[in-house]
Ligand binder design. Structure first.
Ligand SMILES: NC(=O)c1ccc[n+]([C@@H]2O[C@H](COP(=O)([O-])OP(=O)(O)OC[C@H]3O[C@@H](n4cnc5c(N)ncnc54)[C@H](OP(=O)(O)O)[C@@H]3O)[C@@H](O)[C@H]2O)c1
Length: 262
């Protein structure tokens, strides 16, 4: 009998990551759960072992700390991890000039550097085994710049662009890289960001369970960009086609006539 497939979920101590952990356990995957709050990870691990008879380990780690990122990279390099869910993320909601240096550095480190490093640690083994899935949790803010979320939107644009490029690199290697772009989702994210969830229009929010279940349907279909809240799928197609046309329009070796000096 082949060994059960192993999944590693970052940010598994709450919200979207905890739901990914529950759903993957229900599908029979063994799990490694990563986040800082070990007590929450341990409680979730015990519940998953009890409810789904899967093997669950916790790997408490601060993914903004060098030594801790290295521990998670080591797990990804040394174990046959089939599914990596890069979900841990934060998004301070503060005017750019008022954001503390520490919060700015942590946002960049978690949303960009950790996701990049864990993706790179996972890929060689997946390529050698010719199978694997990396789920990169971005945001619809990847294509929407707004006041007070400048850094967050920019980090999520990174997640989308990084994922889109790697998809092209691995398309013949049996690896799926899925960018999941949630819109408003009911989690602790907003309290952590400094603005209570109650301050937002609740009609634009779905539950973390709805979000993850939709994202898993996308994953099962091999979808590369999943927008669970977008009902009209043609919107993404039109957006991506416009992006490709714009890039095509940049490939000229001369300035456009409108930039000629008067
Ligand atoms: N909620 C939304 O409306 C929404 C919309 C679009 C995208 N997203 C994205 O969804 C992802 C999950 O967020 P969520 O909504 O589920 O929020 P959440 O409930 O606040 O979960 C965030 C997770 O990230 C972990 N985390 C935070 N800092 C960390 C660190 N330094 N090291 C390791 N883990 C850390 C947290 O665990 P510990 O505190 O225990 O470390 C927690 O498990 C994020 O990438 C977010 O950008 C959310």
């Amino acid at each position: 009998m082949s060994a059960p497939s192993l999944a590693l979920v970052t940010g598994a101590s709450s919200g979207i990551g905890a739901v990914y952990a529950r759903r993957l356990a229900a599908r029979g995957h063994d799990l490694i759960l990563v986040a800082r709050r070990a007590d929450r990870l341990n409680a979730l691990a015990a519940a998953l072992r009890r409810d789904h008879a899967v093997a669950v380990r916790t790997l408490p780690a601060d993914l903004t700390a060098e030594g801790d990122i290295a521990l998670v990279e080591q797990a990804l390099r040394s174990e046959p991890i089939d599914i990596l869910v890069n979900n841990a993320g934060i998004g301070p909601i503060t005017p750019t000039a008022d954001l503390s240096d520490a919060d700015a550095a942590a946002t960049l480190s978690l949303n960009v550097t950790a996701l990049m490093r864990l993706t790179r640690a996972a890929l060689p083994g997946m390529r050698a085994r010719r199978q694997g899935t990396i789920v990169n949790v971005g945001s619809v803010m990847a294509f929407h710049a707004m006041p007070v979320t400048s850094l967050y939107s920019a980090t999520k644009a990174f997640v989308l662009t990084y994922s889109r490029a790697i998809q092209q690199e691995v398309k013949d290697q049996g690896i799926l890289v899925q960018a999941v772009l949630p819109a408003g989702t009911i989690t602790d994210f907003y309290d952590t960001a400094g603005v209570p969830l109650a301050a937002f229009d609740q009609s634009a929010f779905m539950t973390a369970e709805q979000l993850v279940d939709a994202a898993l349907v996308g994953m099962d279909r091999g979808e590369e960009v999943t927008l669970p809240s977008v009902h009209d799928a043609a919107l993404w197609t039109a957006y991506d086609e416009a992006r490709a046309r714009l890039f095509g329009g940049t490939q000229n070796g001369a300035p456009a006539p409108r930039y000629q000096q008067a």
